[in-house]
Design a protein around this ligand. Structure first.
Ligand SMILES: [Zn+2]
Length: 357
């Protein structure tokens, strides 16, 4: 008579139950899992040995082993649930907020997800368009010296053009005049200066960012607003390159049926200068109230870099030429989404923003 492989079964089961009881943390128990209920458990070894039994003994032994396995698995599951709860309680205790009598327990309220602001979304879309056209994107400081914000841009202290900008001045207790930048143009000066210093001309860049003017907020003005400017400095750049970039951008961003046109204008830092207009996005050029029946809406300004600006940053105007353009990101968003009041752009009302998803 052969000795049944299950002769020691109850001893094995007792040993397994002891191992379960001895695991005092969830990690310890999980580490034991393969040896208690997994493939490396003695119960699995015994299962395999049943094949050696005579067929008439196998059924009984199988049932016996099955019952033993179920008991061990139940004990394991119970212990696991208990240790998991203990572990969660530890985490809660560690995260507990000291609110007097109030105890924060685990709650599973769905998180309210916000929505990106229209201006941020618009800025990203504009950057994408210009990057596709071969421009790189640059940042600049929002607090500038008078030199970068005005003088280097051909706007000397007594220049009447300074009257165009009601400026926020920053009092740092220093003799130097410091302002919150009134446009993103100072970044152009930084770019040209560093390109000269590192001998890394040409430049093909766009510069988006926040600017400040002392405007009282109303439907068309905000004291903090956003601009994007472009700067190209290269050899043999002409006004035709400028017009081509403006037209390509207009089609890419507003659509194939929206065109651009340039009208003579004056800016201190460009010569010649132009305002650029695009087909009215509301009436698609037919003429409406928004565009005063002209079919066109002004978007921004542009022009060839004034030789005085190139000279101020030490670029040889005989070898290099270039152009700059700029327009309001907020205005772009307003026109593309037909938002009547600019203040809606900074309210950050998620219900308003969701309609632009
Ligand atoms: Zn119109």
């Amino acid at each position: 008579m052969t000795i049944s492989p299950l002769a020691e079964l109850s001893t094995h089961v007792t040993a397994l139950l002891n191992r379960i009881e001895q695991a005092v943390t969830l990690e310890e128990l999980l580490a034991e899992e393969p040896f208690i209920v997994g493939k490396r458990s003695i119960l699995s070894t015994l299962q395999k040995s049943l094949g050696a039994l005579a067929p008439e003994d196998r059924k009984d032994a199988g049932a016996q082993l099955q019952a033993a396995r179920r008991g061990v698995e139940e004990a394991y599951a119970t212990r696991r649930t208990m240790l998991e709860e203990a572990s969660r309680a530890l985490v809660l205790e560690a995260d507990r907020l000291d609110l007097g009598d109030v105890v924060v327990t685990s709650v599973s309220v769905p998180l309210a997800v916000g929505h990106p602001g229209i201006v941020a979304v618009t800025q990203r879309q504009l950057e994408d368009v210009f990057v596709t056209m071969g421009f790189a994107v640059s940042d600049g400081p929002e607090v500038e010296s008078d030199w970068y914000n005005f003088e280097a841009l051909n706007i000397p202290p007594a220049h009447p053009a300074r009257g165009l900008w009601d400026t926020f001045y920053v009092d740092l207790g220093e003799p130097e005049t410091v302002v919150l930048r009134t446009h993103t143009s100072p970044t152009q000066i930084h770019l040209m200066e560093s390109a000269v210093a590192s001998d890394s001309l040409p430049i093909h860049r766009v510069m988006p960012g926040r600017c400040y003017r002392r405007d009282t907020p109303d439907a068309r003005h905000l004291a903090a607003f956003h601009q994007i400017e472009g700067l190209v400095v290269d050899r043999g750049i002409t006004f035709a390159d400028l017009a081509g970039v403006i037209e390509t951008f207009t089609h890419a961003y507003f659509g194939a049926d929206i065109s651009s046109r340039l009208r003579p204008a004056f800016f201190p830092f460009t010569e010649p200068s132009a305002e650029f207009e695009i087909t009215c996005t509301i009436c698609r050029g037919e003429g409406c109230r928004t565009c005063s029946q002209t079919g066109w809406i002004e978007l921004g300004g542009c022009g060839m870099l004034d030789p005085a600006v190139l000279e101020a940053v030490g670029i040889d105007g005989d070898e290099w030429s270039g152009f700059a353009f700029g327009f309001g990101i907020d205005r772009c968003a307003q026109m593309r989404h037909q938002i009547a009041d600019m203040r809606a752009l900074i309210d950050n009302d998620v219900r308003f923003l969701r309609q632009f998803s």
